[in-house]
Ligand binder design. Structure first.
Ligand code: PMP
Length: 359
């Protein structure tokens, strides 16, 4: 029996994708082999890799001015790869701090460049995003980095910062493909796959071609965007199974109607959940309304002592992985693309029923 899985990542996958993968597992494409047993250099796999790139470009509207890379090392690897590729030692780079993942990106960048934190939402307890008009990169910055969606805090930007002539770099790990985005506003977009793109083990990097090719001396070749682009992301053996699954997820997103359809669904899911939280003093969400995430919804019970009971009863009702991140506690529902509206309805029905019994 499938449960509704509200995990933050690795996260729920579209059931159709899992069923297709199961169907093809032992005899893929008439090869008599699994996709994970064929060479990454085989014609058949190269076609899978190319099709995933084409679909991604089509879905997000990524022009020929950008490389699309499928790398390893996760978004965490990119925390280092970004300054290595886009800044020299001692150069200034600007970062926006909106919470846990911004902080990790900042911490890693400090090992490679001079980090200026140009906005820090500490005063609000990381429940807000900076005002659009107040945000600008420090003078001489090689780039401005921000986190459009903070997976732990549940804080999401409703706008794209204006960095002027400074390249804009964004960690889209937990919001990629959740709604349309104007890729041309960005110089670099990156995202670990394990939320909206597929399974863990592969990381998407979309980088302007004119910014690749300036990696600092000593950059490992697997982190060098230009070298990876020249090798079609196959300088080392790529995670072929994950890449194939990302391709199936992208096909699934296209079948749903692409990003406008995903956005409409995601908005409806988020509104339903936030409304349930808002309607009752039994539940609360700490994030400023304008900065509430469509993907990750943290919430608290008025009586936190009831949390273990909530989690146990939810699990019994087939609603799993609702605990908040270990660093912050509380509860959290991650409602990525693959979470159907029925899953959110099952959750909000459960929440109302739980309140009736325990409120
Ligand atoms: N950035 C964000 C916004 C994330 O949510 C995560 C993972 N939860 C990461 C970075 C780190 O990703 P990875 O584990 O793929 O390195």
């Amino acid at each position: 029996m499938r449960v509704f899985n509200f995990a933050a990542g690795p996260a729920t996958m579209p059931l159709e994708v899992l069923e297709q993968a199961r169907e093809e597992l032992t005899d893929w494409s008439g090869s008599g082999m699994s996709v994970m047993e064929v060479s990454h250099r085989s014609k058949a796999f190269v076609a899978v890799a190319a099709a995933a790139e084409t679909r991604l470009r089509r879905l997000l509207g990524v022009s020929d001015d950008y490389h699309v890379l499928f790398l390893q090392g996760g978004a965490t690897g990119q925390f280092a790869a970004i300054p290595m590729n886009l800044a020299g030692p001692g150069d200034t780079v600007s970062y926006v701090n909106t919470g846990a993942w911004s902080k990790k990106a900042i911490g890693e960048a400090r090992r490679f460049a001079e980090v200026e934190v140009v906005a820090d939402e500490a005063a609000s307890g990381y429940s807000t995003v900076p005002d659009a008009t107040s945000l600008s990169p420090a003078p001489g910055s090689r780039y401005l980095h921000y986190t459009p969606n903070e997976t732990i805090g549940g804080v999401e930007f409703g706008y794209v910062p204006d960095a002027g002539d400074v390249p804009l770099v964004a960690d889209f790990s937990s919001t990629i493909l959740s709604r349309p985005v104007d890729v041309d506003r960005f110089s670099l977009i990156y995202a670990g796959a394990q939320k909206n793109l597929g399974p863990a083990g592969i990381c998407l990097v979309i980088v302007r071609k004119d910014l690749a090719g300036q990696a600092r001396d000593g950059t490992p070749m697997v982190w060098d965007y230009a070298q990876m682009a020249a090798a079609d992301s196959m300088l080392n053996t790529p995670p072929t199974l994950a890449w194939y699954l990302v391709g199936l997820v992208l096909e699934w997103v296209e079948r749903q109607g692409g990003l406008p359809a995903m956005a409409a669904r995601n908005r409806a899911k988020a509104e339903q959940l936030y409304t349930t939280i808002e309607e009752s003093p039994f539940y609360s969400n700490p994030v400023a309304p304008a900065a509430r995430s469509w993907m990750n919804v943290p919430f608290l019970l008025a009586d936190s002592a009831l949390e273990p009971t909530f989690l146990t009863e939810a699990r019994e009702a087939g609603l799993v992985n609702l605990e908040g991140h270990r660093s912050v506690g509380g509860l959290r529902a991650s409602i990525y693309n693959a979470m159907p509206l029925e899953g959110v309805t099952a959750l909000t029905d459960f929440m109302k029923e739980f309140e009736r019994r325990h409120g």
